[in-house]
Design a protein around this ligand. Structure first.
Ligand code: SF4
Length: 330
């Protein structure tokens, strides 16, 4: 059984303009000890699908349908029989404990008026019965584990006294504090420069090796997942449009959106200029009946507007939802 198994997850947000169908029936699975990438541009539903898993949707967000099986237990809100308190209580018991999230923006996650040490030991106090005398030593170990030099000194400092890369390492240390079974990293390198980005990705890989945790890496950049992920899910317009092993996605992409994303990845060995994908993502208040990529796809056909293609399995690991992969197109 997979560590995390999501089936037909559907999440929406009520707004004054109407209901935004942010996540539209996605299914995915992650095993212990593997790093899986979820890739897509802003508004593709990649972050909101994981906020649905974590129980961290904003007040107007709601999981409408689907199953979220984590560590053998169903954690979708609807399986708590409408008992919101029971759901919240259960999620608080696993969040930051067996299921952790690394957030995109350290400055909005870290409390500016608390020292690094206070923030680092909080999950340990909440979830582990570690004697107070041992908390400081554990905090030192955590900072050392994420490669922060002079940990004793850093623990006394406040977030604004650290560099961006250092703050992101602190966020990772907090997420690791209770040795979670699963870590969800939401664009963990977006705010950092390229050199630090590479170091943070290396750190996540190393920590996965040491702890055996399952990791989901959410990003808009295929380049970021290239070296880290064994499997990749490509999301567009609230749906998973292609999934496969990293090699299948990089060397044999089948969906025109995946091909477009790859053309956007800067290849230092190529003189080709970056090719941005023209157009903008679909309006998810009234999403297209057919393929969500239809308005931006240079190969779109009549059927693409009318019907959403079902996922076609090209191999045991590679799946794509595009009418072009149907026999001879239509
Ligand atoms: Fe393009 Fe049609 Fe395939 Fe969608 S289903 S990606 S519109 S060809």
């Amino acid at each position: 059984m997979s560590l995390l198994e999501i089936k037909n997850l559907t999440t929406s947000f009520s707004t004054e303009q109407g209901s935004v169908q942010a996540v539209r029936g996605i299914s995915l699975a992650v095993d212990q000890g593997e790093i899986v990438g979820i890739v897509g541009e802003s508004g593709s539903g990649k972050s909101q699908s994981m906020y649905s898993v974590m129980g961290l949707l904003s007040e107007n967000g709601r999981v409408e349908e689907g199953s979220i099986l984590f560590d053998g237990k169903e954690i979708s809100p609807k399986y708590f029989d409408g008992n919101e308190k029971a759901y919240e209580k259960y999620m608080e018991s696993i969040r930051g404990n067996t299921l952790s999230m690394i957030f995109q923006d350290p400055m909005s996650f870290l409390n500016p008026v608390l020292t690094i040490e206070k923030q680092l030991v909080e999950p340990l106090k909440n979830h582990r019965k570690i004697p107070a005398a041992e908390l400081h030593q554990r905090a030192v170990e955590l900072l050392t584990q994420v490669g922060i030099p002079s940990p004793e000194e850093r623990l006394k400092q406040y977030p604004h006294q650290l560099s961006g890369g250092m703050r992101q390492r602190v966020i990772i240390a907090i997420a690791l504090a209770c040795t979670p079974k699963m870590i969800i990293a939401d664009e963990p390198t977006t705010a950092l420069d390229v050199t630090i980005q590479a170091k943070i990705i290396e750190l996540i890989k190393e920590l996965k090796e040491k702890t055996g945790s399952g990791v989901i890496l959410i990003t808009h950049d295929l380049g970021v997942v290239a070296s880290a992920c064994s499997r990749i899910y490509i999301m567009y317009g609230g749906k998973i449009v292609e999934t496969g092993l990293a090699d299948e996605i990089f060397y044999s992409p089948q969906h025109p959106y995946t091909q477009g994303l790859l053309a956007c990845v800067n290849n230092p060995e190529s003189d080709n200029e970056l090719q941005p994908i023209p157009g903008s993502p679909p309006d998810l208040i009234s999403p297209p009946a057919g393929c969500p990529f239809v308005d931006r796809c240079s190969q779109a056909m009549k059927i693409c507007k009318q019907y959403m293609p079902r996922e076609k399995r090209l191999s045991e690991t590679h799946g794509v939802s595009c009418w072009l992969t149907e026999k001879g197109g239509i």
